[in-house]
Write a protein that binds this ligand. Structure first.
Ligand code: AMP
Length: 542
């Protein structure tokens, strides 16, 4: 017997319909490439996404055709999120921080038909357009009068001129909720990048789950600042969960420095912000240097790489901002776990509470996880046993776009490439990326643990731990450190700083001071690049 409930496909267009009808006045504020602050609301965004849909029909794009963006976080990008997916096409957010050759490769692999780009990226598009063999239409995300006369890009038109003539009425098509809605290529640290292809259903289910109180706790009373780029796993799904809840959206545009972000938080009364640790490091430095305080920021979700304890402490204890440490992947839409405490943790001593907060968190409904040993046998949830982390659920990939790399699943589970423990309360803690774990004398050293200790030193701005070949121990850890401007610390000081904080054999053998640690397109430390930079390096005494 079937249930007698109405059947409605879970489509992204329904989010914008809802936001327009129930939160039409809900604000969407963007810092633009031009530098000014632009204000609009869900009603206007909905109308303009329908114009986008009409404009795409005008280009004769077929169902599932890919429309690429090369854009910062802003209202026009938001309109494309809904106009492209809502009309049945696939939004492909290209990462402008990649090398132009990679952008070409990815655009051709995705078979993008249209490219919409912010004017900051005009030089990139000028350099690559002739090699992007499938792109037929180029749209610059600007007013008509901001378009330079001769760009060399065939048929280039401004976004505003493109949608101006289109009607703001459009009947969103109904189709199977499993249809593709958007795609994102993974960082591609090895081999060619591969794409996760999200569906309408996976996107809506993910938006529901991430809005829950024990996830990101999104509501109509929030003012949300996604610092995480809209080209990094759909800004962690925030545009969708904001439309679902009617939260105010605040977009930073290209100004990602600490000062600009802080000013936007204050001016737009941001209550909730999301980003990778490197971004918050910049903002904390700015806030600390100027003796500033946050007046409205209540919580911040930090993920993408491990959040150093020193950062959690600074936010919580000094600024009264709750840190939600979260873990996920491009392949997981991205949310997997969020570190929100259970009742039993609330009465813990501050140090024990902090230990719980440091973990990457517990699974949200919709994400099942397990850890396994080298033979694939499941390991206990005791907070000690560590092994490869596998996940499954309705917003986790079943395979990559075009079947690249074959089936990634092992007995229906997706291997994350992370090594983790899970404790009896279900709190998962990443020990390392499996390729970053340091193997010393048959034992594993977590590079994250080594980095976290260094990051707690007052003179350290950034730290990255990598393994170096060692004739006796196989590998030994060293730590590359960027000093805070105006601060001093010597190699011996820093090594001494590890005393009592970790087992002796886990203390790095050496400290290498560097100007900067290479960061990837999404602001994560690129240890492969760091290894390349230090290829001439020799461990002391070897
Ligand atoms: P990406 O798909 O580029 O977002 O990368 C996903 C990977 O980032 C994960 O597999 C982890 O290795 C890493 N990652 C994401 N969030 C965290 C976190 N909170 N702590 C440690 N590593 C993380």
């Amino acid at each position: 017997m079937l249930g007698l409930m109405q059947s409605q496909q879970l489509l992204i267009s329904t989010l914008m319909d809802f936001a327009e009808r129930h939160h039409g006045e809900g604000e969407v504020v963007s810092r633009r490439v031009e530098g000014d602050i632009h204000r609009t609301n869900y009603r206007e965004v909905a109308a303009r996404s329908r114009k986008v849909a009409n404009a795409l029909d005008g280009l004769n794009l077929a169902f599932s055709d890919r429309v690429a963006t090369l854009a910062w976080n802003g209202y026009r990008h938001l309109e494309l999120y809904f106009g492209v997916s809502g009309s049945g096409r696939v939004l492909h957010t290209l990462n402008p921080r990649l090398h132009p050759d990679q952008i070409v490769w990815i655009a051709n692999h995705a078979e993008d038909q249209v490219l919409c780009f912010d004017m900051s990226f005009l030089p990139i598009v000028q350099a690559v357009h002739s090699r992007c063999t499938t792109i037929k239409h180029f749209i610059a995300l600007c007013d008509a009068d901001k378009l330079p006369a001769d760009t060399g890009i065939p048929g280039l038109q401004s976004y505003e001129a493109w949608i101006a003539q289109q009607p703001a009425t459009y009947t969103w098509p109904e189709f199977d909720e499993n249809s593709a809605s958007s795609m994102c290529y993974t960082s591609g640290t090895t081999g060619n990048p591969k794409a996760a292809l999200y569906s309408h259903r996976s996107t809506i289910l993910h938006a529901f789950a991430s809005a829950l109180p024990d996830s990101l706790n999104m509501s109509a009373r929030d003012s949300v600042l996604p610092v995480v780029p809209m080209f990094h796993v759909n800004a962690w799904g925030l545009p969708y969960s904001a439309a679902m809840t009617g939260a105010k959206l605040v977009f930073p545009g290209p100004a990602m420095d600490g000062k600009s972000i802080f000013e936007l938080i204050e001016a737009e009364k941001v209550s909730f912000a999301a980003g990778v640790p490197t971004v918050w490091q910049m903002m904390l430095s700015h806030v600390q240097a100027g003796g500033l305080r946050f007046s409205t920021l209540k919580r911040t979700v930090i993920g993408g790489s491990a959040c150093p304890p020193a950062m959690i402490t600074a936010f919580n204890d000094v600024y009264g901002v709750e840190v939600l440490h979260a873990w996920g992947m491009t392949e997981m839409s991205p949310l997997g776990t969020v570190c929100t405490l259970k009742n039993k943790h609330l009465t813990l001593e501050p140090a024990d509470k902090m230990n719980a907060r440091l973990k990457q968190g517990r699974g949200i409904y919709g994400v099942d996880m397990k850890i396994v040993d080298g033979e694939g046998a499941e390991l206990p949830w005791d907070g000690k046993a560590y092994g490869d982390l596998l996940v499954k659920g309705p917003w986790i990939i079943s395979e990559y776009f075009k079947g690249e790399g074959g089936s990634p699943l092992v007995d229906g589970w997706f291997p994350t490439g992370d090594v983790a423990t899970i404790d009896a309360d279900g709190f998962m803690q990443i020990t390392d990326r499996s390729k970053d774990v340091i193997k010393s004398g048959g034992e594993w050293i977590s590079s994250i643990d080594v980095e976290n200790i260094a990051m707690a030193h007052p003179a350290v701005a950034m730290a990255a731990c990598i393994g170096m070949k060692h004739p006796k121990w196989d590998e030994r850890p060293i730590i590359a450190v960027v000093k805070k401007p105006g601060s001093e610390v010597t190699r011996d000081d820093l090594i001494a700083f590890y005393d009592g904080k970790t087992a002796k054999w886990q203390v790095p053998d050496d400290v290498v001071f560097v100007e900067a640690i290479p960061l990837g397109g999404t602001g994560k430390m690129q240890k492969s690049k760091l290894r390349e930079l230090l290829r001439e390096y020799k461990l002391p005494g070897t």
